[in-house]
Design a protein around this ligand. Structure first.
Ligand SMILES: [Zn+2]
Length: 337
């Protein structure tokens, strides 16, 4: 019975390495020649990188393959895997629609094509055999100019049934000179009733408290609890949660061990800030959601009662979960019958 919700997962990081490798070889993609051997490909994907910026080069590689015409191939498989292997019933999948359009088209046509990308993903995600409720988060990107990011936001406004929120992704080293611009985009989103999250306080370069008041949720935010705990009471007052993606911090060189997260969970508990545990890139990391939970438990970062609270928090903070209760409440009522 599917039970879990994942609120932070990238399309570019969600496809299992073997499915990605098989696609390259079945379609004679130029990358196939570079990786004739699967094991070597997997090692290349999952090895830790020195920084977030270096890790994001992997997303660029995947985005170069995942384009409009083959999105159904990848989305159908990632939804099937989420349902069968991760017991996921609710998934918010995020990506930058601009980077899924055809590169050779004029800019105006690429902007128009972003809407087609959203619809193709929604259609591919809807499978009666694997009934995951999937909604999309559209990522603005720190490498994209203002008018493209604005078009991403307008697209979210136009597709409220398919898109549940917007995000800001890309290297956080590029945020600083554009903070005012990004804050205005998020404020406009809030005015248009669009939910917001942002990759923030993930690395030592991502300290931008100016953006916090514009957000419904905080993408990562672990550095707040580690280095700026004085901000936690305001975060609790705003009802924001942290989307914590444990394996990511090891892969981007942000942390050397998961036990460093113990204090993050403790301080958030004390301050009344919810944490939701997410995968970020289960394919690129080769770590699925149940193993994110299990790793935190076996390394004594959290206990079972904390896990339960985080799992319930995922449904409370979901942008588009349509029920009053998480699905385990329904299960409990069945047990009592
Ligand atoms: Zn992310």
């Amino acid at each position: 019975m599917p039970l879990h919700a994942d609120l932070h997962r990238h399309l570019g990081g969600a496809v299992a390495p073997r499915i990605f490798w098989r696609y390259l070889h079945r379609h004679n993609h130029p990358l196939a020649a570079q990786f004739p051997d699967y094991e070597e490909f997997e090692r290349f994907l999952v090895r830790p990188r020195g920084s977030l910026t270096e890790f994001l080069e992997l997303h660029t590689l995947v985005e170069g393959v995942q384009r409009l015409q083959n999105l159904p191939y990848f989305v159908t498989k990632l939804v099937r895997g989420a349902y069968v292997f991760e017991s996921i019933v609710y998934l918010e999948l995020r990506y930058s629609p601009w980077y899924r359009t055809e590169e050779n088209l004029p800019e105006a046509e690429r902007i128009a094509q972003m809407r087609e990308v959203v619809r193709i993903i929604a259609q591919a995600a809807s499978q009666t055999e694997y009934p995951v409720l999937l909604r999309q988060i559209l990522c603005m990107h720190s490498r994209l100019p203002l008018h493209i990011n604005r078009a991403v936001l307008e697209l979210a406004v136009q597709e409220p049934d398919l898109v549940c929120g917007i995000d800001l992704a890309g290297p956080d080293t590029l945020y600083a000179p554009r903070l005012k611009e990004f804050a205005e985009l998020f404020q406009r989103a809030r005015q248009m009733q669009i939910k917001t999250t942002c990759h923030l306080f993930e690395t030592a370069n991502g300290f931008y408290p100016e953006l916090l008041p514009c957000l419904n949720r905080i993408g990562h935010g672990i550095q707040i609890a580690m280095h700026c705990p004085q901000l936690l009471p305001q975060i609790a007052d705003r009802g924001q949660c942290l989307e914590v993606c444990p394996t990511s911090y090891l892969k981007t060189g942000t942390l050397t061990e998961l036990t460093a997260l113990r204090g993050v969970f403790q301080r958030c508990d004390e301050a009344g800030v919810d944490i939701v545990i997410c995968t970020d890139n289960p394919g690129l990391h080769n770590v699925r959601l149940p193993f994110e939970y299990e790793n935190l438990l076996t390394q004594d970062v959290i206990d079972f009662s904390q896990l339960k609270r985080c799992q319930s928090a995922a449904y409370r903070h979901a942008f588009a979960w349509p029920h009053a209760d998480p699905p385990d409440a329904l299960l409990q009522s069945l047990v009592q019958l």
